[in-house]
Design a protein around this ligand. Structure first.
Ligand SMILES: *Cc1c(COP(=O)(O)O)cnc(C)c1O
Length: 378
């Protein structure tokens, strides 16, 4: 009798998929919510926005309910127009995705394959490795800046990334700021990087947290360079600063030719109707966005200080999470925190087993988090 188990099917999958492991979403939140009544669970493991979306986005969804039997606009034209106006680009430079995760995966599939390299930093966003492996391409993982680096420990080493590009390299993935480290690089470093990257290599800048970076922190966006470098593109998302993770909408900005090639692979109705309408409405509520980002920056700073005061190393961050070193106590602390209904993200899968990634919550969540940490570390 053949056992039609995972191993049997994996042996029949294409080589890239044989080596792949599924994305690790962390804890089983549905089970945890059932165990702790929802009000008792402090969910700080997935970098969600505690302030939620603009009320205009909720209303837009309600206004769509009469049309659920209709397919959405396959082109997402209204949302693209709004995004184009916001970013000063042409609608033909925009590709919409079911989350930016989908777009990052598609980029690997479209531009890389067996025998070709994809370059990204160690501790870079997890999807970069998934996208490369799914495409059957080779991962070139470049060492990050060391933990002892005075300014940006664990940050992308842009010089080392440039140095590891070869004539087999098809794609480079950067994240600025990066998840799970929270680290970032500035405009000058990025300009120097782009000037050295061969024009045949496509550079992907994942800017999932761009809206949350302080104006004076100098976290570079690829946006001002798009016109000079057709091989450069950026991805953004409505999941983080806009508080719409549940809708799954992300977008890519790049050269019209690049977007046209990606369109060949895009599933025709990848973004649903209520999501299109809600994101368009969210873009119209700048005050809500700014308010959420300001509160996040305030809480990020307060939480970082409070954790540092407890003797924990907190890495610099321009996002809505902080990477925190718990040392040899990490696994025990994490387990004890979950037992108390405080969910953080373990970092063993990223090769940082002595760290936890903590999403910056609102005042109440951060207070409960700190109380739990005090109890657990006692
Ligand atoms: C959260 C995140 C994303 C994407 O999220 P989607 O919800 O798929 O849009 C992309 N990149 C980074 C670095 C992230 O942290």
């Amino acid at each position: 009798m053949i056992a039609y188990d995972e191993a049997w099917f994996a042996a029949r999958a294409q080589p890239g998929v044989q080596r792949l492991r599924a994305y690790d979403p962390g804890h089983d939140l549905v089970a945890l919510r059932r165990r702790f009544r929802e009000s008792q669970l402090v969910e700080l493991g997935s970098n969600e926005n505690p302030y939620g979306p603009s009320p205009a986005a909720r209303q837009a969804i309600v206004d769509q309910l009469h049309a659920l039997h209709r397919y959405p606009d396959p082109l997402g034209a209204d949302l693209k127009r709004a995004l184009a106006a916001r970013h000063g680009v042409h609608p033909s430079q925009i590709l919409l995705g079911n989350g930016s995760h989908e777009l990052l995966m598609m980029l690997g599939q479209v531009f890389a394959g067996p025998g070709e390299d994809v370059v990204f930093s160690r501790y870079g966003f997890a999807v970069f490795a998934l996208a490369t492996q799914a495409a059957g391409a080779t991962m070139r993982v470049v060492e990050a800046l060391p933990r002892e680096h005075p300014r940006m420990p664990l940050g992308h080493d842009l010089d080392a990334i440039t140095a590891s590009i070869t004539d087999r390299t098809k794609l480079v993935y950067l994240a600025n700021p990066n998840n799970p480290t929270g680290t970032w690089f500035g405009r000058e470093a990025f300009a120097a990087f782009m000037a050295r990257v061969p024009g045949e290599v496509i550079v992907v800048m994942d800017e999932a947290y761009a809206e949350m970076a302080d104006a004076d922190a100098d976290a570079a966006s690829a946006l001002p360079w798009l016109a000079s470098y057709p091989n450069l593109l950026l991805t953004r998302t409505f999941s983080k600063a806009y508080g719409l993770a549940g809708l799954r909408v992300g977008y890519l900005l790049g050269a019209p030719g690049l977007v046209a090639v990606m369109e060949r692979l895009r599933e025709s109705f990848n973004v649903n109707g209520p999501a299109l309408a809600a994101c368009e409405a969210a873009l119209g509520d700048e005050a809500h966005l700014q308010c959420a980002c300001a509160r996040n920056a305030e809480q990020r700073s307060a939480l970082s200080d409070a954790l540092a005061k407890r003797g924990l190393r907190v890495y610099p961050s321009q996002t809505n999470f902080v990477l925190v070193e718990f040392g040899s106590r990490t696994a025990q602390a994490e387990a004890d925190l979950v037992a108390r209904g405080v969910v953080l993200r373990p970092m063993g899968g990223y090769g940082l087993p002595d760290c936890l990634r903590i999403t910056v919550g609102d005042t109440d969540e951060n207070r409960r988090l700190l109380a739990a940490i005090d109890a657990v570390l006692e």
